[in-house]
Design a protein around this ligand. Structure first.
Ligand SMILES: NC(=O)c1ccc[n+]([C@@H]2O[C@H](COP(=O)([O-])OP(=O)(O)OC[C@H]3O[C@@H](n4cnc5c(N)ncnc54)[C@H](O)[C@@H]3O)[C@@H](O)[C@H]2O)c1
Length: 386
């Protein structure tokens, strides 16, 4: 009989909706026989978000108090998809109540919080996971295979993550703009890029030369409830200070000797979600750009140098995740970041069911490690003249 895992999503904002949709679609991936999600509850403190997401994605119940989800015996697994400062309390309670937990990144606002979460995970027999979703990108994994099979060790990782969600000073204040040094663009999107650098180059052994700046000093208070990057709500004339940084750059050294170069911005005009990186390897170069997620480019040491150069490879069923992972699983039909959440949900459900068809989700100890890297980046910032 097919195993049914009761799932709930706590937080029905931007990423909560991606998790809600992902559990629904995960049942259709990679042969039948794996456990399927029973879509039990969507919880959000803002009730209309919870009911809207439950209706759209087909969940049975809604709650406004996450504690009721944690107490519900019909819920076996939860996604924690709320602001970072709520991750610890919800995750600890869920693990203590015997739930499997997939918590969003960054794992927590502080290392101390993350350490407590890892401790709670260690005393639970349930699956604990953190949502580094870009590890589920078919193109990212295709590049990894090329590095391992042909290109040789990465010598230089050059990563950029540029967003424009904060470029307009009239975008309202939200949890994303609150917290101490390093909790801004670095924690929000730099956490992904730091993780991808380690995916290719191994552990970060040193960080140098951090520059960080807050370019927009205050933002209006929203009058309504905003989701995600918080556009489209009425604004107060009162403004609150922005507490963390809009841009961050730094360099790193990795366990394999590689150098990393990073540029992060949440005020990059016109770049809604540009995550891109280049890998300069011993025997070639490979590049990825999330604006064109279903392809990558590669240069290698082909025999005829005069006719060699960068070429684009379309992702197809011969690459990871695609065969059986998309309804039409041939090249150029397209896929994107939403699909990464579906592959992640499939892996999480499989792990709960004891199947190892996909790479396991990174665990909370991995999330703690990521925070230690971000902390090293923050400590490498030497305040100078503005
Ligand atoms: N993996 C990814 O690619 C990715 C992408 C975006 C966000 N994230 C992460 O996901 C988390 C949420 O980000 P978001 O952009 O979805 O935020 P968001 O602000 O859009 O959504 C958060 C939701 O939580 C709700 N909420 C607030 N307090 C609550 C409570 N006590 N109980 C239940 N619900 C509550 C809010 O009403 C809101 O709907 C963050 O940790 C963020 O870093 C990850």
């Amino acid at each position: 009989m097919t195993q049914q895992i009761g799932v709930a999503v706590i937080g029905a904002g931007m990423v909560g909706r991606a998790h809600a949709s992902a559990y629904r679609n995960a049942a259709s991936l990679y042969d039948l026989g794996g456990p399927v999600a029973r879509l039990v509850t969507i919880a959000d403190v803002h009730e209309p978000f919870a009911t809207d997401a439950a209706r759209r994605f087909g969940y049975e119940k809604t709650e406004t108090d996450w504690r009721r989800v944690i107490d519900d015996p019909e819920v076996h697994a939860v996604s924690v998809a709320v602001a970072n400062n709520l991750h610890r309390e919800i995750t600890e309670a869920a693990l203590q109540n015997g739930k499997h937990v997939l918590c969003e990144k960054p794992l927590a606002p502080t290392i101390a919080d993350a350490e407590a979460m890892v401790k709670a995970a260690a005393s639970s027999e349930r699956v604990n996971a953190v949502g580094f979703t870009f590890r589920r990108s078919p193109a990212v994994n295709a590049i990894k295979a090329q590095v391992e099979e042909r290109l040789g060790a990465v010598r230089h990782f050059i990563g950029n993550y540029w967003c424009d969600y904060g470029f307009d000073p009239q975008r309202p204040i939200s949890w994303r703009y609150r917290g101490g040094r390093g909790s801004g663009v670095l924690a929000d999107i730099g956490s992904h890029l730091a993780d991808l650098a380690e995916f290719f180059c191994g552990e970060t052994v040193a960080v140098h030369g951090t520059t960080m700046a807050t370019l927009i000093k205050d933002r209006p208070r929203p009058l309504g409830v905003a989701v995600g990057h918080a556009g489209g709500v009425e604004l107060s004339t009162e403004r609150d200070p922005v507490e963390n940084e809009d841009v961050c750059t730094y360099t790193s050294r990795h366990a394999n000797g590689a150098v990393g170069t990073f540029a992060l911005s949440r005020v990059a005009y016109g770049h809604a979600n540009t995550l891109k990186f280049d890998l300069f390897c011993e025997g070639g170069t490979a590049s990825f750009d999330l604006n064109r997620p279903a392809e990558f480019s590669i240069i290698d040491d082909g025999p005829a140098r005069a006719g060699n150069g960068p070429r684009t490879v379309s992702i197809g069923p011969w690459h990871p995740y695609v065969a059986g992972g998309l309804p039409m699983d041939f090249p150029t039909v397209g896929h994107g970041q939403n699909d990464f959440f579906v592959f992640q949900a499939r892996a999480f459900l499989d792990q709960i069911g004891g199947l190892g068809r996909l790479p396991a989700c990174p665990d909370m100890a991995h999330g703690l490690h990521n925070l230690r890297v971000l902390d090293a980046v923050t400590r490498a910032f030497k305040e100078g003249p503005a």
